[in-house]
Design a protein around this ligand. Structure first.
Ligand SMILES: [Zn+2]
Ligand SMILES: [Zn+2]
Length: 68
């Protein structure tokens, strides 16, 4: 698989990851890595685990999720 964003710009770059949301292939320059907090129900409350999960998305999906 090759990077979709590079493909749109007319270059071919091997993908190292894929977007968690839309599934396109992404090169290191076009992948957006964010930490995602994991919440777990414990007893009556909601606990946030110390170790966040990793979330890989393309810039398009990242921007779409953080607009407002
Ligand atoms: Zn790329
Ligand atoms: Zn995406």
């Amino acid at each position: 698989m090759n990077c979709y964003d590079c493909h749109q710009q007319g270059t071919i770059t091997p993908a190292v990851a894929s977007c968690r949301n839309c599934g396109v292939g992404l090169c290191p320059d076009h992948v957006k890595v964010t930490a995602q907090e994991i919440h777990r129900h414990e007893g009556m409350g909601l606990a946030t685990l110390k170790q966040p999960a990793r979330r890989l998305t393309c810039f398009t999906c990242h921007d779409a999720e953080h607009q407002l």
